[in-house]
Design a protein around this ligand. Structure first.
Ligand SMILES: Nc1ncnc2c1ncn2[C@@H]1O[C@H](COP(=O)(O)OP(=O)(O)O)[C@@H](O)[C@H]1O
Ligand SMILES: [Mg+2]
Length: 257
């Protein structure tokens, strides 16, 4: 028997009411599937509905038309079962808690006893051993994002949703975080949907890249990333990488008149 894909969007449309009494069609006819264990990157121009797709997959909002299913069921069920990990551009850590405390918050929010061994293992996994007692204001931006990713992974989610998690970082830190995320994903193989506006980040990390059109957003193109794993930084200098990066960057530009 074929098992249901981890994520399936079919004919998804989303219309928002505006304050002025009008409406905005954010998404129209979006079809996207993500297999279990797959890493898919979603790229597209600002305002094309990338975050809206993540919110629908997380069960935080409902489509106006079409269906969104996660493991063949209602997205809300996964969220309620605390099997969903979510990290945003802003790490949004609690400033009065240290690194361990912020990661342990996942357990507390789910009403579970904190698994101290799991917290320690996650701190190791994201390369923050020695910083257990540090508060967010003592950490760099990249370190804060690692805490946010560890927190998202704390309950061993079946699905990891990342919304421009490195968007606020400088280019060098972003590169390091891309390597870290690849390492973390390779160890855990959690199904991941990453929203990014950086084409190189999408190509470096993902198995498949879905390119969205401007609003109303739909999937304009899907590209299977041909590079083997693990991927080293040297890949970023290869001609084949640049060729694909250029082609996808072009696909993101508004069509010439
Ligand atoms: N809650 C909302 N109410 C009204 N409009 C919204 C709401 N959320 C998003 N939008 C609009 O939907 C479009 C897509 O938004 P979003 O998904 O945030 O895009 P992206 O993440 O690709 O930049 C934008 O035009 C945005 O203004
Ligand atoms: Mg967004």
């Amino acid at each position: 028997m074929l098992s249901a894909p981890a994520i399936a969007l079919a004919g998804v449309g989303k219309v928002f009411a505006t304050e002025a009494g009008g409406s905005v069609t954010a998404l129209s006819g979006v079809d996207l599937t993500v297999a279990t264990g797959e890493f898919v990157a979603l790229i597209g121009p600002s305002g094309c509905g990338k975050s809206t797709i993540l919110r629908l997959v997380a069960g935080l909002d409902r489509p106006s038309e079409g269906t969104v299913s996660v493991h063949g069921g209602d997205p809300e069920a996964l969220c309620r079962a605390h099997k969903l990990g979510f990290a945003f551009q802003d790490a949004a850590l609690l400033p009065w808690l240290d690194v361990s405390g912020n990661i342990a918050m996942s357990f507390r929010l789910a009403g579970l006893a904190t698994d101290a061994q799991r917290v320690a293992a996650l701190i190791d996994l994201v390369g923050l051993a020695g910083f257990e007692r540090a508060r967010p204001d003592e950490l760099s931006g990249g370190m804060r994002q690692r805490v946010a990713i560890a927190r998202a992974l704390a309950l061993e989610p079946e699905l990891l949703l990342l919304d421009e998690p490195f968007g606020a970082l400088d280019a060098v830190t972003r590169r390091q975080m891309n390597l870290e995320l690849q390492r973390i994903w390779s160890a855990a193989r959690t199904t991941t949907l990453l929203v990014t506006h950086a084409v190189d980040e999408a190509l470096f990390l993902a198995d498949r890249v879905a390119v969205m059109s401007p609003r109303p957003g739909r999937i304009a193109e899907e590209v299977t990333v041909p590079f083997g794993r693990p991927r080293a930084p040297a890949l970023l200098r290869e001609a084949a990488f640049h060729a694909l990066e250029d082609r996808l960057t072009e696909a993101l530009l508004p069509e010439a008149g």
